[in-house]
Design a protein around this ligand. Structure first.
Ligand code: Z5A
Length: 216
C-alpha cells in the first residue's frame, strides 16, 4: 500500500452515544480549518459496502453466525479502504469515518465474544498497517445511551441486543482507548450536546495544531 498524506479520523461509540448528532459538527470544524474532508461510514462507504451493510443491519439474516458477521465487516472494509479511504488519503484529503475497526473489536470481539486474536489477523491482512490517526470515542453509560436510542424508529439487527451485550461493547472500547492513549480521545457523551461539542472542539483544535507543527 502507498504512503498516506491526509489524516484519517474515526468516530466510535455505543448505542445512542450521539455519533450522528456530532459528525457534521466535526466535519465543519475540519473544513473551517481548510481540510478537504471525505465523510464516510462503516459498514458501508462504497456501493458494495452499502449492500453488505444492508445484509448486516437488516433482519433478513437474523441468527447470522458471528464469524460470518465479522468477515462481512472486513469484506466491506477491504472495499472501503481500497476504493475510497486510501485514494482519498493519497490525494491529501482528510477522511472522517463513522466507525471503523475498533467497532469490530467492540461488537464482534466484546459483544459476540470472538477471540480478539482472530480480529487482529483480519485487521493485519485487510489494513496492511493503515490505521486511524485520531479516534474520538463518545462514551456514556449504557442505559443512558439505550434510553436515547430508544426514541428512534425501528431497531436494526444490533440494536435489538440485550444490555449485557452493550456493556461488553463499552468495556472493550474503553480498554482499547486505554491501550492506545495517543490515538484515542474519550469524549464524555453523557452531558448536553453543547457540552459534548465543546469537548470535541478542544480535541479537534489540539489535533489540528499538532498537524500544523508537524507540517512546518
Ligand atoms: N458494527 C459492528 O458491529 N462492527 C463493525 O466493525 C462496524 C459496525 C463498523 C452500525 O450502526 C452498526 O454496525 C452498529 C455497530 C455495528 N450497531 N449498532 N447498534 P451505525 O453506526 O450506523 O448506527 P448506530 O450505532 O445505531 O449509531 P448512530 O445512528 O450513528 O447514532 P448514535 O450514536 O446512536 O446517536 P444519535 O442518533 O446521534 O443520537 C441518538 C439520540 O440521542 C438522538 O435522538 C439524539 O438527538 C440524542 N442525543 C444525541 N446526543 C445527545 C446529548 N448529548 N444529550 C441528549 N440527547 C442526545
Amino acid at each position: 500500500m502507498t504512503i498516506k498524506k491526509g489524516k484519517f479520523i474515526t468516530v466510535e461509540g455505543g448505542e445512542g452515544a450521539g455519533k450522528s448528532s456530532n459528525l457534521a459538527f466535526i466535519r465543519d470544524l475540519l473544513e473551517q480549518s481548510g481540510c478537504e474532508v471525505v465523510f464516510t461510514r462503516e459498514p458501508g462507504g462504497t456501493a458494495l459496502g452499502e449492500d453488505i451493510r444492508d445484509l448486516l443491519l437488516g433482519h433478513k439474516h437474523t441468527g447470522m453466525a458471528s464469524d460470518t458477521e465479522l468477515m462481512l465487516m472486513f469484506a466491506a472494509r477491504a472495499e472501503h479502504l481500497n476504493r475510497l479511504i486510501l485514494p482519498a488519503l493519497n490525494q491529501g484529503k482528510w477522511v472522517l469515518c463513522d466507525r471503523f475497526t475498533d467497532a469490530s473489536y467492540a461488537y464482534q470481539g466484546g459483544g459476540r465474544g470472538i477471540d480478539m486474536s482472530r480480529i487482529k489477523l483480519l485487521e493485519t491482512w485487510v489494513q496492511k498497517g493503515v490505521n486511524p490517526d485520531l479516534t474520538l470515542l463518545l462514551d456514556l453509560p449504557v442505559q443512558t445511551g439505550l434510553d436515547r436510542a430508544g426514541q428512534r424508529s425501528e431497531p436494526d439487527r444490533f440494536e435489538v441486543e440485550q444490555t449485557a451485550f452493550f456493556e461488553r461493547v463499552r468495556t472493550t472500547y474503553l480498554e482499547r482507548a486505554q491501550q492506545e492513549p495517543d490515538r484515542f480521545q474519550i469524549i464524555d457523551a453523557a452531558v448536553t450536546l453543547p457540552q459534548v461539542q465543546e469537548q470535541i472542539g478542544h480535541v479537534v483544535s489540539a489535533f489540528l495544531q499538532k498537524r500544523d507543527i508537524a507540517d512546518e
